[in-house]
Design a protein around this ligand. Structure first.
Ligand SMILES: Cc1cc2nc3c(=O)[nH]c(=O)nc-3n(C[C@H](O)[C@H](O)[C@H](O)COP(=O)(O)OP(=O)(O)OC[C@H]3O[C@@H](n4cnc5c(N)ncnc54)[C@H](O)[C@@H]3O)c2cc1C
Length: 423
């Protein structure tokens, strides 16, 4: 079947937009499909690491991001009960930037999607990829326009669109079922008390010191807050299903988001202190349940990047960094092949190579994030940890370093040699 483009990317979050930009910059014809109209808010702590700032430069939006983002995050903190402990954020010693900053996802994601269009990507938005059929080299994607479509390829009627492409990149995130799910990713998950739900809201006139990035630790959850662009404070966090459920039985007639805020103020009193006199702008947003884990399990399916490939506990604030890097890992491999030469065998090799690079770069960080999350959520661990920090705050600096805060992006050239299989 005649192909409509060289690649189709599902989802214009950081992973999808970065993949589309990198392929288009190398001359590929790319279609990027996003279901939401931009700008849109998103559940996210909105912290960008120093390494991510460098990657955004490469993608062509670095200057615009740095123009608007909040102050440099030079201090890391730990808030538990009525204690706030702080230490120096470890600086990134390689690359152009020492410290991360925060910027609203409404702005970051719009900048990336606009940049994709500027480098020639055909953007179909708002439209949802409903189904992907076929095998590598010969995929058929069914796309449903969701509104009056705005496409860089010209006006598109509101009838289902079908696009044939040799390469599909699944960057749909992880908080809803994707159109390519089969195998482990399609499995039905049981409802567990330990399921985590993510929340986010913005505040004005908060007292948090600019440049401080504290982890909020409380029984049954964890969070973070940060000063982003223009003095806006982002408060984001996760809470277990059973903890939130129990709290909601005590608070009637409130949304889950408001109940989360009330519980947070009750369980982590330092939050109330820093929000004294502040007011919320916009509603609480929520997602979930989160499914931290690796999902690169289908060698004959579309390629996966970002959260669609793996999700880490957001406590370490590395999700965007991992999304951008995973786009680099994949596109580096793809660009070793002419766009239309990919078949099932070539695709399997790329899947294998990317998975290996990916594990090498992130697996340790993901395990560490899991450990940090357990410490933050369980008082039996959080209490002694807080006592330890009180005696020796630089442990926080070291913990942030291990979580990747001072790391430059993992080498973006292929770390594992591609071994061509012979028939
Ligand atoms: C509470 C919380 C706090 C966090 N804090 C931070 C932080 O401070 N720093 C950080 O780096 N990370 C943080 N993260 C993680 C970060 O938000 C994610 O890792 C990141 O958004 C992943 O990017 P992505 O591009 O893979 O997916 P997403 O950003 O989820 O983008 C996926 C896109 O695909 C679209 N889509 C989905 N399905 C379809 C479809 N069928 N068709 C078309 N489009 C589709 C969606 O609308 C969405 O725009 C946090 C997460 C949570 C839950």
């Amino acid at each position: 079947m005649k192909a409509d483009a060289d690649a189709l990317v599902i989802g214009a979050g950081p992973a999808g937009a970065a993949s589309a930009i990198l392929l288009a910059q190398a001359g590929w014809q790319v279609i990027l499909v996003e279901q939401c109209l931009y700008p849109r808010q998103k559940v996210c702590g909105e912290c960008l690491t120093a390494g991510s700032l460098a990657q955004l430069d490469e993608l062509g939006v670095g200057a615009a991001v740095r123009d608007r983002a909040g102050p440099e995050l030079q201090q890391v903190g730990w808030m538990y009960g009525s204690s706030t402990l702080t230490a120096a954020m470890p600086p990134c010693t390689e690359g152009p930037y020492r410290y991360g900053r925060a910027l609203g996802r409404d702005q970051l994601d719009s900048m990336l999607a606009d940049r994709a269009a500027a480098v020639g990507v055909t953007r179909i938005q708002p439209a949802k990829v409903r189904a992907v059929r076929g095998l590598p080299g010969d995929f058929v994607c069914e796309i449903e326009p969701l509104d009056a479509i705005h496409s860089t390829a010209g006006p598109v009627a509101r009838i289902p669109i079908v696009r044939c492409v040799p390469v599909v990149i699944d960057a749909h995130g992880s908080w809803e079922a994707g159109p390519c799910e089969r195998g482990v990713t399609a499995r039905r998950w049981p409802r567990l008390g330990s399921d985590l739900f993510g929340f986010k809201a913005s505040f004005r006139d908060a007292r948090l010191a600019p440049g401080l990035l504290p982890v909020l630790a409380f029984p049954g959850g964890y969070g973070g807050m940060v000063m982003a662009e223009g003095g806006r404070l982002t408060l984001a966090g996760c809470i277990r299903r059973d903890t939130l459920g129990l709290w909601r039985t005590r608070t009637s007639n409130t949304s889950a988001g408001v109940a989360f805020e009330q519980y947070l103020r009750h369980a982590c009193r330092e939050v109330t202190e820093h929000l004294e006199g502040a007011y919320r702008v916009g509603p609480w947003m929520s997602v979930g349940p989160l499914r931290p884990g690796i999902r690169i399990d289908d060698p004959d399916g579309p390629f996966r990047v970002g959260n669609a490939a793996a999700e880490t506990h957001p406590l370490i604030g590395e999700g965007i960094n991992m999304a951008l890097q995973s786009a680099h890992f994949l596109t580096n491999r793809l660009l070793e092949h002419p766009p239309h030469s990919l078949d099932v065998r070539g695709s399997r090799m790329i899947h294998r190579g990317v998975a290996e690079t990916w594990r090498h770069a992130f697996a340790r960080r993901m395990h560490l994030a899991m450990l940090y999350a357990q410490v933050a959520m369980h008082p039996a661990l959080a209490m002694p940890f807080t006592a330890l920090l009180r005696c020796y705050p630089p442990i926080l600096t070291r913990a942030a370093q291990l979580a990747g805060k001072s790391r430059r992006p993992f080498d973006q050239s292929p770390a594992v040699e591609v071994h061509h299989e012979h028939a």
